[in-house]
Design a protein around this ligand. Sequence first.
Ligand SMILES: [Fe+2]
Ligand SMILES: [Fe+2]
Length: 274
Amino acid sequence: MPRVLQISDSHLSSGKPHFAANWPPLRRWIEAQDAALVVHTGDVTVDGADQEEDMEHGAAMLHALNIPVMALPGNHDVGEAGHPHQPVDGLRLARWRRHFGQDHWLRDVGDWRLIGLNSMLFGEGGPEEAAQRAWLDQAMAGAGGRPVAWFMHQPLFIADPDEPDTGYWSVKPEPRRDLLALARRSNVRLIASGHLHKAHHAEVAGVHHVWCPASGFLVGAALQPELAGDARLGAVILDLEGPEVSVTVSEVPGLQDLWIDDVIHEVYPPRQAA
Ligand SMILES: [Fe+2]
Ligand SMILES: [Fe+2]
């Protein structure tokens, strides 16, 4: 029964080590799990979208793990579609690929096909988004009868698949509709994301939707609207049992409840107007 671990939102940085204390306990927990694979669903870094050193540092931490790890970019790693200061672009994607490898990938584990997607390209509208989407069709077609798990940074939706644009917090309605339609007409059984820094697991129409908690920090009510899920740090254990998956949101002993609210002026200071 292969075990896959999902971790997320470590927000590592050599220059801004505010959340660095939470990496060693996470590493120890990962290395005690006897897992086949670790998937990091993004925001590996504090500001890899602009800081080469953050990418170097985050990649060094991941690559020092003693089991295989695959990573996906978050908004703080490669920017966001349409962002005025940090748009996802060729430079940022090239930096990610240099340090972490492809920003979308597939791995077959046990009876399952695991597909990692760069959600920061959804709605971006350029050739990189189109190329990933065409690649996804091929990856799905090649799955045969395997159950499929999708991993990505942003959740496809917060509370309702048909909800309007949630802004920063989830994938935009147009790409969301397209992806959910693809999921419904194929054998997608699990959609696992990060980004919200909250733990949540719901089964909707036979599909497990899992929000992996962050390992780096929690987000207070002043910075995030009311959402489902639990404000806790941790990780997710996915035990692949034939065509089924057992999902466990796990505590990670030793993680400290650090809050971004206490240090946001240092870690993510407001941008100057000019
Ligand atoms: Fe994050
Ligand atoms: Fe994020």
